[in-house]
Design a binder for this molecule. Structure first.
Ligand code: AMP
Length: 218
């Protein structure tokens, strides 16, 4: 059965970096609710204004809003052979809705859980930088940008508003309370594959590739 590969893990686990790499190598679309919401905020649309009230504090945007976004996105033709989901689902309500949406499309949800110890999360997020032109994600220590401090594409690097330390701590608290129950939820369904998220991008990527091979056989 064709798959929707869900990247699950705390903020800053490297989900975006790894999910983008996998999407490029297997040729299925990469869908990040965080990216979709950030572009809505940038555009200043009514969705963006509403979402920003939650995002700027590190809270979750209401379930019905993000479920609507994913429903619309999955209905585009490019998802028929599968997709990569980053940052969705983040609550049990979202996971249940997703299952129904995927069933209609003949897609099976499988989860790659990128596990990173709590103490690493704050350190990692505060060093994250993003290109304002191509969206590439760098980390000042583990995945540094070229020497001139710009992206390889020449774009400027910025820090996300919600990567400030106080907001990161709130995001981590929300993750533990609302999102970490999904680990049990998908483990019970035998759909969760755990990957050690510590180390360099390349090290984590080779673990991700091994997990994907197991998923293919499962
Ligand atoms: P991310 O880029 O995945 O870390 O998401 C950034 C922010 O967008 C989160 O802290 C939430 O405020 C919001 N967000 C992204 N995805 C979701 C989701 N599935 N459910 C609720 N809020 C979300």
């Amino acid at each position: 059965m064709k798959k929707a590969i869900i990247f699950l893990g705390p903020p800053g686990a490297g989900k975006g970096t790894q999910a983008t790499m996998v999407s490029q190598s297997i040729g299925v679309p990469y869908i990040s609710t965080g990216d979709i919401l950030r572009s809505a905020v940038k555009e200043g649309s009514s969705l963006g204004k509403k979402a920003n009230e939650y995002m700027s504090k590190g809270e979750l945007v209401p379930d019905e809003v993000v479920i609507g976004i994913i429903d619309e996105r999955l209905n585009r033709g490019d998802c028929k052979n599968g997709c990569i989901l980053d940052g969705f689902p983040r609550t049990i309500v979202q996971a249940v809705s997703l299952e129904n949406m995927l069933k209609e499309k003949g897609l099976e949800p499988v989860v790659l859980f990128i596990d990173v110890p709590d103490e690493e999360v704050v350190r990692r997020n505060s060093k994250r930088r993003i290109c304002d032109r191509c969206g590439r994600i760098y980390h000042l220590e583990t995945n540094p940008p070229p020497k001139d401090g710009k992206c390889e594409c020449g774009g400027f690097l910025y820090q996300r508003n919600d990567d400030r330390e106080d907001v990161i701590r709130e995001r981590l608290r929300v993750y533990r309370e609302k999102t970490s129950p999904l680990i049990d939820y998908y483990t019970k369904k035998n759909s969760l594959f755990k990957v050690n998220g510590s180390g360099s991008v390349e090290e984590v990527h080779s673990r991700v590739i091994s997990a994907l091979k197991k998923i293919d056989k499962a």
